[in-house]
Design a protein around this ligand. Structure first.
Ligand SMILES: Nc1nc2c(c(=O)[nH]1)N[C@H]1C(S)=C(S)[C@@H](COP(=O)(O)O)O[C@H]1N2
Ligand SMILES: [Mo]
Length: 309
């Protein structure tokens, strides 16, 4: 396994020089929150957040973000992904983009990143289980990629699929979920500027336990919507099936917007525990749409959010 790990994609492989420079310029110019100086490897804290969409709340540590994960393909324990995700080979990663698009095809990571400038987005992540983190993602808007492939007028949804490799993903040898992990968004949700495809966090390429080499991040929805290690994106006319909804439909809806007023059938969603703050410390109120209502509430105007949970 060590050999494979070594041959995997590096930050330089997945990041065209121009995009990398561009990102560094953006970060330096705007005063990034944390910048791993390329030469010295020193983490320098500088001023304000790089994106107007970023929160200035205290960020979770790299250790929290990469040590406490949900990635059931590697096991259901919070420490299983950190322990086993190194088995995933990400070299030569390809994403198949198809369905109702003008130019269906298979994209290598280089093609996806070519012509895209990466930016930092510091988002809250609220897991449906009642914990949360603040994560400085690096990525680009999903809308950029969808516009490049050309979404046809009949498309109404976007479906996503995670890799399924039982030899590399020990968790998939148990039928915890109906593998592969699949997720979906309504097209307007997918096109919202908050919705990103992330390829890194802090100043690292995406750690495998966080969904290398490319994963979705939809910050106003419960964490399970933010599907990891994507191999397929399909534009559809019908609402696509989603893994947790298929598994337990009365507990997990298609929308799964963070909503403190709609409890999970087995627990309250009114509050959350911010990871890293101690088990009893810092239980905090959960915000409607995870605090992103200004950007996304209009997407659900007139909808009954209790029925469409
Ligand atoms: N393929 C896949 N994607 C997944 C999951 C998973 O088990 N498999 N877990 C989800 C859940 S429940 C959460 S809370 C987030 C966690 O992301 P993180 O580990 O990067 O914090 O990933 C989501 N994406
Ligand atoms: Mo989650």
């Amino acid at each position: 396994m060590a050999g494979r790990w070594k041959n995997d994609l590096t930050w330089a492989d997945v990041t065209p020089k121009a995009a990398w420079l561009n990102r560094r310029q953006i970060m330096a110019g705007a005063g990034a929150v944390s910048l791993l100086a390329a030469a010295g490897g020193v983490r320098a804290a500088t001023g304000a957040a790089a994106s107007p969409y970023s929160t200035d709340e205290e960020q979770n540590s790299f250790e929290d973000i990469t040590g406490f994960n949900n990635y059931y393909e590697f096991g259901t324990g919070k420490e299983d992904p950190a322990r086993y995700a190194h088995m995933l080979t990400t070299d030569g990663w390809q994403v198949e983009i198809g369905g109702l698009v003008d130019t269906p095809g298979t994209w290598g990571m280089e093609d996806i990143l070519k012509g895209t400038s990466l930016e930092q987005r510091i988002y809250r992540l609220r897991c449906v289980e009642g914990w949360s983190m603040v994560i400085p993602w690096v990525g680009f808007e999903l809308a950029d990629l969808l516009n490049r492939v050309g979404v046809q007028p009949s498309a109404k949804y976007v479906a996503f699929q995670t890799a399924l490799r039982p030899e590399e993903m020990p968790g998939t040898r148990a039928r915890v979920l109906d593998w592969p992990y699949v997720e979906g968004l309504r097209l307007d949700e997918a096109m919202n500027p908050l919705t990103i495809l992330a390829t890194g966090l802090y100043d690292e390429p995406m750690p495998k336990q966080n969904g290398a080499p490319i994963r979705l991040v939809v910050p106003w929805k419960y964490g399970f919507k933010s599907i990891k290690s994507i191999v397929r994106i399909t534009l559809t006319e019908e609402q696509p099936p989603t893994s947790w909804n298929k598994a337990i439909p009365r507990e997990y809806g298609f929308y799964s917007n963070v909503n403190p007023e709609v409890d999970h059938p087995r627990w309250s969603q009114a509050t959350e525990r911010r990871i890293g703050s101690g088990f009893f410390a810092k239980r905090m109120p959960t915000e409607m749409f995870n605090g992103y209502g200004e950007e996304v509430a209009s997407l659900y105007a007139g909808m009954d959010l209790k029925a469409n949970f």
